[in-house]
Design a protein around this ligand. Structure first.
Ligand SMILES: O=C(O)c1ccccc1NCC(=O)[C@H](O)[C@H](O)COP(=O)(O)O
Length: 342
């Protein structure tokens, strides 16, 4: 599989090597827990391409076994439909009219130096599978402007409609309204096509979830992002995923999710656990920016993950639920971190 990625010419990447996703990352015997519907065309293709030893164990009921799996199954169908409507060649043309890319990691580093606190990626999120609707009266532009005024360095904008009530229109509206913070397109990326799509809608960064993607895809998609000038936040949840991701030399930006996306359990000590010992040493040596994600509500939580070694935090629920999200940012850090404060 290593060879597959290495001889693909980067500029013409159009889709992920599906067999590796289905056979490696999603194979329960390899420690991942995801699978795709056995009826999906990609799965049929994948099974044809896999050797017998690599075949995923059958999912007898052919139903998703957890929410992450359900999201990915749905995304697979959605992306296939979107690609039919807008093939890559026309998407690439649309990139000429996309707004310029902004430096996502640079903005986090600058905020960290300015405030001495982790740079904030503030999440524009109406709802989530674990928490339901977080904010009834949801105006994405108003929320984004309030976060920016409050001192957020960057924003994370949910693009998934079915499970998070997000949209690409929200991301474009935020950019069009003049918000300067670089934008992370918070989407479940399973195809390189989605990266071009996100860029065409004004994204400056994308998220790759290690639980969903095999190493080769992470490497390959990271290269595409680099070529497009975008940042790639690679998300891990446990030691095994962290070790896999640290094995990919292109990775320079890692998110540690304190939420288990299969069980929804949240534990912020996960960030500390994954940054201890040799892993932390390597991260410091390579100057990788680490983001603490999920379950952060108080200044003590922020201090805890900062002490563990993060340079940035990704926060949704605790600030999006505030009637005044600008004040919510100050409440989260226990002080005013806006530009006017320093
Ligand atoms: O939050 C969920 O229910 C969820 C379910 C399945 C996949 C991803 C999910 N959430 C993404 C995130 O982890 C959060 O949006 C993000 O880290 C912010 O977390 P929080 O501050 O706790 O809202």
């Amino acid at each position: 599989m290593e060879g597959l990625a290495s001889f693909r010419p980067v500029p013409s990447f159009t889709s992920r090597p599906r067999s590796s996703i289905l056979g490696k990352a999603l194979n329960p015997r390899r420690g991942n827990s995801l699978s795709l519907p056995s009826s999906s065309s990609s799965n049929v293709r994948a099974q044809q391409m896999e050797s017998k030893d690599d075949e995923p164990e059958p999912n007898e009921g052919n139903t998703p076994r957890n929410i992450l799996e359900e999201i990915i199954w749905h995304k697979d169908t959605q992306v296939a439909q979107l690609k039919e409507r807008q093939p890559l060649y026309s998407l690439k043309k649309a990139l000429d009219n996309a707004p310029p890319v902004r430096d996502f990691i640079g903005a986090l580093r600058a905020a960290n130096s300015r405030t001495g606190l982790p740079g904030l990626i503030a999440e524009v999120k109406k709802a989530s599978p674990s928490r339901g609707v977080l904010r009834e009266n949801f105006d994405p532009v108003e929320i984004a402007q309030a976060y920016e005024k409050g001192g957020a360095a960057c924003l994370s904008v949910l693009a998934d409609e079915k499970f998070f009530q997000g949209s690409y229109d929200n991301m474009m509206a935020i950019r069009d309204a003049g918000v300067k913070c670089p934008l992370l397109c918070k989407e479940f990326i399973i195809e390189a096509w989605q990266i071009y799509y996100a860029r065409s809608k004004g994204a400056d960064a994308i998220l790759l979830i290690a639980a969903v993607l095999p190493d080769l895809d992470i490497k390959y998609m990271t290269k595409i992002c680099k070529m497009l000038g975008m940042a790639t936040l690679v998300e891990v949840h446990d030691e095994r995923e962290m070790d896999r991701v640290l094995g990919i030399e292109e990775v320079e930006f890692i998110g540690i999710n304190n939420r288990n996306l299969e069980t929804f359990e949240v534990d912020i000590s996960n960030t500390k656990k994954l940054l201890e010992g040799k892993r932390g040493e390597e991260i410091r040596k390579r100057d990788i920016v680490v983001v603490g994600e999920s379950g952060l509500f108080t200044p003590d939580d922020i201090a805890y993950v900062q002490e563990a070694g993060v340079k940035a935090v990704l926060v949704g629920e605790s600030i999006v639920k505030q009637s005044d999200p600008e004040k919510g940012v100050a409440g989260l850090f226990g002080k005013d971190i806006s530009l006017k404060s320093v």
